[in-house]
Design a protein around this ligand. Structure first.
Ligand code: ASP
Length: 342
């Protein structure tokens, strides 16, 4: 029988109301299981690993990702797939991080959660969990996993994890991927888009890079941004990488002070990546003078990556190539797990 490891980290899906404050707080997995007797009808052997205590995903960080990567590594040979129950708020960051940490992945790792807790009558959690487990069990005609990559499944959509973004704080359709097609749409039937799903080298063993270097920053440009702010950001002690959220196709103001500060940062081996503030479309630094200026300073294009993918990729590369900025720069400019379009 197919063996699935269900990793419960927390999030709304498993929360209940605190009687004193009325706010939602994470509860343990047994509470979630009681609210979901349907789990017993799943035709797979589902084992559970739970975070104790369960956490709101606002408390996720690189140490928790390292923990998740280690759990998957330790259970990789004995399980056919992994489903991670996770809060929605930072799910796209965790999915992106894992996509880089789990190199040569040949098994599904599907993150899901819900907008309403499992115990609530109108919960979206049941469908999300059951379908995620079914997707993790799905095989192709040769008996191989149909989706051997890190994904997010939410409200009928299976998305590549490092292409997904949370788009709605209230609605059930909480995730989308603007620059990449859905890997599968789950309606009455599953509609897989096989040619958009990663094709791993099946015979290569998984390589788990469990470490991340968190000394990176994401910052957004806005009209009127002041030199003291940019100076403060770029002179952060220990800074290794910057994801700069620029305008449109990768444009930034051409103030002399900004050009100088960015050039100084690049000269100090801080890796600066250009990501657009637009949800859809790509950075193209050759299109306008203001983008070209950034390129000539040595700023790297993030192409059509999400912010979540760009920042976690930087954390991953800064951990692996800690004293080799040139290697970070060169690996940053090639897709590692389908995170941008070529
Ligand atoms: N605050 C919650 C979390 O991310 C929201 C959710 O799960 O939807 O853990």
């Amino acid at each position: 029988m197919t063996r699935i490891l269900l990793i419960y980290t927390g999030g709304t899906i498993g929360m209940g109301r605190n009687e004193l404050t009325g706010a939602l707080e994470p509860l343990d997995f047994n509470h979630l299981l009681e609210a979901m007797p349907e789990m017993r009808h799943i035709r797979a052997q589902v084992e559970v690993y739970q975070f104790n205590p369960a956490i709101d995903s606002s408390d996720m960080d690189h140490t928790q990702w390292e923990r998740l990567a280690a759990i998957i590594r330790d259970n990789y040979d004995t399980h056919d797939g992994f489903v991670i129950l996770h809060g929605t708020d930072t799910m796209a960051y965790t999915a992106s991080a894992l996509s880089f940490m789990l190199q040569n992945l040949t098994k599904p790792v599907i993150l899901t959660g819900s907008q309403l807790p499992m115990g609530v009558l109108r919960t979206d959690g049941k469908e999300n969990v059951v379908t995620s487990i079914e997707l993790a069990m799905a095989c192709d005609s040769q008996g191989r996993p149909r989706v051997p990559e890190v994904c997010i499944y939410f409200s009928g959509r299976l998305l590549r994890g490092n292409r997904a973004t949370k788009i709605n704080a209230d609605g059930f359709v909480a995730f989308d991927s603007f620059n990449y097609p859905h890997l599968c749409d789950a309606g009455v039937d599953f509609r897989f888009r096989d040619h958009h799903i990663l094709k791993p080298q099946w015979d290569k063993p998984i390589k788990v890079h469990a470490e991340m270097n968190p000394h990176v920053i994401v910052f957004s440009l806005f009209p009127g941004i002041q030199p003291c702010v940019v100076r403060q950001i770029l002179s952060t002690p220990g800074l290794r990488g910057v994801v700069m959220r620029t305008y449109g196709s990768g444009n930034a103001p051409q103030y002399e002070w900004m050009t100088q500060m960015l050039a100084d940062a690049v000269a100090r081996d801080v890796v600066v990546v250009n990501i657009s503030q637009c949800l859809s479309g790509t950075v193209s630094m050759d299109r306008y003078d203001s983008g070209f200026n950034l390129k000539s300073l040595g700023i790297i294009s993030g192409v059509d990556s999400t912010v979540e993918a760009a920042v976690t990729k930087l954390m991953h590369l800064c951990a692996i190539y800690s004293d080799n900025p040139e290697a970070i720069r060169s690996h940053m400019q090639r897709p590692l797990a389908g995170e941008y379009s070529v």
